[in-house]
Write a protein that binds this ligand. Structure first.
Ligand SMILES: Cc1cc2nc3c(=O)[nH]c(=O)nc-3n(C[C@H](O)[C@H](O)[C@H](O)COP(=O)(O)OP(=O)(O)OC[C@H]3O[C@@H](n4cnc5c(N)ncnc54)[C@H](O)[C@@H]3O)c2cc1C
Length: 388
């Protein structure tokens, strides 16, 4: 529970971000998305607003927002342009991993630089042969004195082109059994030597304007001091905990996108007339609007409830999974229903609803697919209600 002063402070930040979104992101989103342009000026403004340190504790130079306020900010941003929330999300997961798993020296060295955005980037976990099954990664880090030498290929690295610092998941002991005991996480700076190669930018259906890359490590040397936690074998558990925050973030993006699709539908349904009536007066359209609005509100409440649990420091994999599952399926549902309400115009690039329809499916896949969320939820149900 936040103190009244702290609540007021966080409310002011959320309001400031809302104004930033309305004045600076919303007006440029459509054109920049259509031309697939990286929003460099917005990134600079996000630095000024302290957003790269949103969830970093104040003692390390961040704003120290609660997860509830952070989710609210992400919802606002995704309501205007989902890609911009992607610039923050994986960066803040990296920061969370350093805060939770790093040594005091690592926290003090990295977090203040990440809070200002001077160093920013994301997480390089997935590979061509390992996404859901991260224990199957093949990138290795081999000790060489005070260094580790990284070799392997990472895929789907968000911020890979424009970012400069990444949490990279590797095998320090490829023979370990179970495999997760041989997995470690490193802080890797792109500009510290040869062998960090951004080999290609991946072309995508949506999520435009944001760089998603393949990265090759070719004998890339990383100081042993960059091993998070200072000990091999801690990486897998750490990233799983960071993904709880990531799932709440993706749920919040789902809420923002779904709300945008609903808002556009509510507006259009009062503008368009058929058979002498505004289309909202047809019962078929009313049913759609009601179903969308109900699911959006349920998604928001699920997301808030998971965020509150995370703020209390409680395990919330089931709650974050439920929020992620429901909110992102809602985003997909609302994007299509809004498109249907817009009729043929919804299928054109003149309306934002076409963008929502291309952006929404990523939310079903990222931070653990919705198939996996269901398995997590089911396993937790049994664990919490075991009868034998
Ligand atoms: C635009 C974009 C940005 C991304 N950004 C990042 C990033 O910044 N960093 C990063 O590390 N990764 C990132 N990812 C990768 C993302 O996390 C993975 O794509 C995701 O985890 C799924 O892995 P996969 O693509 O290898 O699919 P697979 O693991 O091959 O899964 C394929 C299908 O099988 C299903 N499946 C797999 N295993 C099971 C199971 N046990 N039970 C039931 N179903 C199963 C999946 O649900 C899916 O339907 C990004 C992906 C995209 C598309």
């Amino acid at each position: 529970m936040l103190s009244p002063d702290r609540s007021e402070f966080e409310r002011e930040i959320v309001d400031e971000v809302r104004r930033f979104v309305d004045r600076e992101i919303r007006p440029v989103a459509h054109a920049m998305e259509q031309s697939d342009t990286f929003p460099a000026a917005l990134v600079e403004r996000m630095k000024e607003l302290g957003l790269f340190g949103a969830t970093i504790p104040e003692e390390y130079g961040g704003v120290g927002l609660s997860v509830v306020s952070y989710a609210s900010i992400i919802e606002q941003i995704a309501h205007a342009w989902m890609s911009v929330s992607g610039i923050l999300n994986s960066h803040l997961i990296m920061c969370y991993d350093i805060f939770r798993g790093g040594t005091e020296e690592q926290r003090a060295r990295w977090l203040p630089l990440m809070a200002t955005g001077e160093r920013r980037g994301g997480i390089a976990l997935s590979e061509p042969g390992a996404g859901t099954d991260l224990q199957a990664i093949r990138t290795t880090a081999t000790r060489d004195g005070d260094w580790y030498v990284l070799n392997g290929t990472k895929l789907w690295v968000t911020n890979g082109l424009h970012g400069n610092t990444f949490a990279v998941l590797v095998k320090t002991d490829p023979t370990a059994s179970p495999a997760h005991r041989g997995i470690s996480l490193f802080i890797v700076e792109k500009d510290q030597g040869p062998g960090f190669i951004v080999s290609r930018e991946i072309e995508k259906l949506g999520y435009k304007g944001l760089d998603t890359c393949e990265v090759v490590f070719d004998h890339y040397r990383v100081p042993a001091a960059n091993l998070i936690g200072g000990q091999e074998g801690l990486g897998f558990k750490l990233i799983m905990s960071g993904l709880e925050l990531g799932r709440i973030n993706v749920a919040a993006r789902g809420v923002g996108l779904a709300q945008a699709a609903l808002d556009d539908a509510v507006r259009y349904a009062q503008q368009r007339e058929t058979f002498g009536k505004q289309i909202w007066q047809h019962q078929a359209i009313q049913l759609k609007l009601a179903d969308m609005a109900t699911r959006v509100q349920a998604s928001r409440l699920l997301t808030r409830s998971a965020a509150e649990k995370k703020d209390r420091g409680e395990r919330c994999d089931m709650e974050a999974g439920m929020a992620k599952l429901f909110a992102t399926e809602t985003a997909q549902f609302c994007a299509l229903e809004s498109m249907r309400i817009h009729g043929g115009f919804g299928y054109t690039k003149e309306f934002n609803v076409e963008r929502y329809y291309r952006d929404a499916p990523l939310l079903l896949i990222g931070e653990g697919t919705n198939e996996i969320q269901r398995t997590i939820i089911a396993k937790q149900l049994i664990e919490r209600h075991r009868i034998h």
